[in-house]
Every structure is written in structure tokens, then in C-alpha cells.
Ligand binder design. Sequence first.
Ligand code: ZN
Length: 153
Amino acid sequence: MHHLRNHLAAAALLVACALPLTAHADPCKLDISGNDQMQYDKQALAAPASCKQITVTLHHSGTLPKEAMGHNWVLVNAADLAAVAQAGMGAGIANDYVAPADKRVLAHTRTVGGGESASVSFSPALLKAGGTYEYLCTFPGHNALMHGTFKLN
Ligand code: ZN
């Protein structure tokens, strides 16, 4: 199994090197997209624990306005996902669907509509090595489809 994973990693590295224009040299800068079909393009993100800051940039690759198909990127302990989604719905679009001063929210972007992007930077010190973290979109009804795992490596 490890052998296969190493192979895949090597293959991914080769592809990245072959495409210098699209490769991200900095492992502390992560990108993720959300579309008009209520989907993120990645189900998992990871960054080195050695990063000073981790920056996540969310792109909305669709065309619908944020009132109809808004997306954000909210980082939480996996156990808090449902509660944060619920609180976010109540907070409304004026608060980017994130309850103000919600301590369960470790980091979040603002809510974007089609064609827009938003970034958030945070310290890996917020996360425990080996902890289980998830990211989600807290736009009402989106978290069931729009979530993924986040890891320090
Ligand atoms: Zn969304």
C-alpha cells in the first residue's frame, strides 16, 4: 500500500514539474474551488505543520450570485461540523454564514459568488498534530455535499 502511494506521489510530482505555470511551489498555499453544482473540487487538503502561515484560497468557478449559490471555506474540528453549519445558517449572509465569535470556527473565508475568490491565512499552531479537522461550506444546505478533511503533514 505504501509502495503504491509513493508511486502516486511521484507521479503527481512529475505532473507538477511538467506544468510549471500551474504548479504551486509553496505547499503552505492551498487552492480549492466551488462550483454551481454545490461541489468543492477537493475532498481533502493538507499542509505541512512547519508552515509559518497556511493560506487557503477559495475560488468560485461558477456564475451564480452568492445569494443563490454562495460558497465559503470554514475550518473546524470534525466533531463540530454539524453544530457550526447550524449556527452559520442562523447567522445569515450578512455574517458570511458564520456565527460571530464562534470559537469552534478555526478559520474561515468570506462567502463568494460566481467568479469571485477569497483567501484566509491561519497559523498551523491552531491545529493539533494528529487531530481530525474538516472544512465545510456553511451556506444553508451546502455542508452535506461540501465538506472535506484537513490535515497537517
Ligand atoms: Zn456552498
